[in-house]
Ligand binder design. Sequence first.
Ligand code: NAP
Length: 431
Amino acid sequence: MTACAESFGYYLKSRLTFLINKTDSTWNSMSYIQVREDSKLEIPDDLTIGFIEGDGIGPDISRAAVTVINSCIELAYKEKRRIGWKKILAGDAAFEKTGKHLPQESLDELKKCVVSIKGPLTTPIGEGFRSLNVTMRQYFDLYANVRPIRYFPGVPSPVKNPEKVDMVVFRENTEDLYAGIEWRYDSDEAKKLRWFLKEDFQVKLTDDTGIGIKPISKFKSQRLVRKAIQYALANRRKSVTLVHKGNIMKYTEGAFKEWGYDLAATEFKDQTIREDELQQGAPAAWRVVMKDRITDNMFQQVLTRTDEYDIIATTNLNGDYLSDAIAAQVGGLGLAPGGNIGDVYAIFEAVHGTAPKYAGQDVANPTSLILSGGMMLRHIGWTEAANILEEALTLTYADQKVTQDLARVLKVKALSGTEFATEVIKRMKVP
Ligand code: NAP
């Protein structure tokens, strides 16, 4: 590394540490988002955003993402707009200080901020520990997990035409098997349920059977599909595909599909058209095409007929698997951003987890959190800053400036997360 790049890296690190560690009294001068009666947000120019650093690689990638986000705001709006990052405790850091992984005070602060961004949080496998991510999604009713996935030229990919990937997955975030209705095989609840199923429904389960319940409701399915169609219309996208396993689970997955089509036919009658109707002749005006695919088929379709898919609306578990598989086509989890969005609150986060083996080494790829920051800027209407951020990332990848996850495939020098952030900032320009 040259002396100049080294000193810029040092400047970045110290500026970041300063920004992140500002005391709460500093943030009192910043304003909070106001929620109007119609649930619309009023965004002040000096804005407080909630910020959870996260566990594992969280502190490394958060540091990099915060500097990149601050830089594009500075470039887009000079002194006119800025974000004050309100540090909120969760995960290991919260446990050390308070004995709780997600104290009520943190939930209250997230609520006050309305919009937040977070690093990944550990979910120990096993008993007695509910996922903090799932808890937050349910507490704030963040029902749409939105995951845009597209290709940046220069990024190594396992497929021939990764540029064909340009999809946005809308994954239902509050029900399905993630609702947390689950009992161990030897619990009283599981015993009672097995007894009840046998007595009332003649369903016999062996005594060593654990039980999980998969609730899928009309209201929650339709509000998710509504958000996906609204997004498709606002961004003039081609189609919305309902992905489901309705051939096997008719009254949950199958119902999701039916409710999705019903919603499109009633609320978006003149703006959507079903794929089978389209085959009978195209309408005069442009419409979003509504399709559906069974999940297992969809996994091969996104590989074999990639450019036929655009916006995807699906249930919780399907969406989790499918979005990771699509992300693999464009460089993997290090590049996959996400937003958990409800009618009022929103928390943006990388799709990936804490990658504990890379914790504290500044080697993880911060792109997914940087891109999540871009999503957040679009969410609050600061699109000029989001455009600068995404354009700079595109240029950085075109120049093959990459962290170890991609450097090991490209056989080029790996940058640290901080160096990568520096390269992105260097390429920022006002359009
Ligand atoms: P993971 O943390 O996503 O890591 C899996 C692998 O993905 C890593 O070993 C690494 O692959 C790659 N990877 C992930 N993030 C990367 C990045 N930023 N840069 C480069 N490579 C990256 O998944 P996990 O190991 O299954 O989960 C670890 C913990 O995270 C668990 O406690 C899990 O519950 C939690 N988690 C949290 C969230 C969340 O907070 N939203 C989401 C998912 C998982 P290589 O080994 O090939 O380098």
